[in-house]
Ligand binder design. Structure first.
Ligand code: FAQ
Length: 330
């Protein structure tokens, strides 16, 4: 019996448009993976390119806020940790661009779309990192939110994306712990350090909740993405999971989350919490956040300054290819 790339038996042997659609739907219904060479609807491909590219851009732009502290980290140990963490984010960007390329789009084209403002990156990276406590809070909140969002993506229906997420999540989980450990050290330090942590928590809490996207009733992509099993849970469900996970951690650290409506709901078995300012989210996505212009400018400069590296790498690859061709001919 023939199988599809994902190992699923074809729903029928035909190759007409209806057969292909039927086979695709059967793969999704059986919770099996769609692989690059499988037929897929254009909308499914477009949605994946949009989400994976936005995700990749976020990892790369997301290097900037913390990288600003590498030269000012308070000890060699903290500097080494931060360097490694920021490098990990670059690696995540690379896995994700590679996953996007399996859908037939070129990485250089995706980069152009970002630089021309045709593709987005996560709103969270448009906020400034004012003190070293922000490095800890980014690890705790931002990587924590990334984990809540991305662990379910390990079961996403598109194979290369789901597999990339497995390693990304392991590393994000380590990042979250390093952030929490940094904050534990600071909260056990001086009064000034404790105040610095609380200030960073106050500034990053609401933007972190906004990372999960608009509320469900205002999320145009969710229904189709969930039907295709690209997304496994709604934006609000993941936001709730993040709150439920983070509140006990805040209590253990001895910091207050800046939400007067936050309280345990016995009936629901979950925390109730206030509504993030979604108008702010829209403004930040549109480019009007505190650091949007600075982040894009830095990205553009880094891309221009990296041109010689790309040229050198391409020349090296061409030389290697022609050598191995000559070797094969000999
Ligand atoms: N920021 O209909 P929905 C990280 C856009 S990685 C900007 O709900 P969807 C690692 C959305 O694209 C963080 N734009 O959309 C790290 C759509 O616009 P479009 C990134 C946002 O796709 C840690 C429109 O609004 N993670 O943190 C945002 O179903 C530390 C309508 O929204 C991912 O990308 C936002 N917050 O759900 C690195 C995870 N929210 O494209 C360094 C994968 C929404 O139609 C340091 N992505 N939009 O023009 C996802 O799970 C989804 O794409 C969502 C949005 C949940 C982000």
């Amino acid at each position: 019996m023939t199988t599809t790339e994902s190992g699923a038996p074809p729903a029928s042997g035909g190759t007409g448009p209806a057969d292909l659609q039927e086979r695709f739907e059967a793969t999704i219904a059986r919770d099996q993976r769609v692989e690059p060479r499988d037929w897929m609807p254009d909308g499914y491909r477009r949605t994946l390119i949009r989400q994976i590219a936005q995700h990749a851009h976020s990892e790369i732009i997301g290097m900037q806020p913390e990288a600003a502290w590498i030269t000012r980290a308070p000890s060699l140990r903290r500097k080494a940790i931060l360097l490694a963490k920021v490098q990990d984010e670059a690696g995540h960007g690379l896995y994700l661009y590679s996953a996007a390329e399996t859908l037939g789009v070129d990485r250089a084209e995706l980069n152009d779309r970002l630089l021309e403002g045709r593709q987005k990156y996560s709103s969270i990276f448009n906020y400034p990192t004012l003190t070293f406590a922000d490095v800890g809070v980014i690890g705790w909140f931002v990587d924590g939110a990334a984990i809540c969002n991305q662990v379910p993506l390990c079961r996403s229906s598109y194979g290369p994306y789901a597999r990339a997420m497995v390693r990304v999540c392991k590393e994000e989980s380590f990042h979250q712990r390093q952030g929490y450990e940094l904050l534990r050290t600071m909260t056990r330090g001086t009064k000034a350090q404790r105040e610095m942590v609380q200030d960073a928590v106050n500034r990053w809490w609401w933007p972190s909740l906004m990372m999960f996207g608009p509320p469900d009733e205002n999320s145009p992509n969710s229904a189709q993405s969930m039907a295709w099993k690209i997304k496994r849970h709604s934006n609000d469900e993941l936001r709730q999971r993040f709150v439920d996970m983070t509140v006990p951690q805040a209590e253990a650290l001895g910091v207050t989350l800046p939400d007067p409506e936050l309280r345990w709901n016995e009936e629901r078995g979950r925390y109730d919490f206030g509504t993030p300012d979604f108008d702010e989210l829209v403004r930040v996505i549109k480019g009007e956040g505190p650091c949007n212009a600075e982040r894009m400018e830095r990205r553009r400069t880094a891309h221009e300054e990296g041109a010689w590296v790309r040229e050198a790498a391409a020349a090296h690859a061409a030389k290697q290819a022609s050598r191995s061709k000559r070797g094969m001919a000999a």
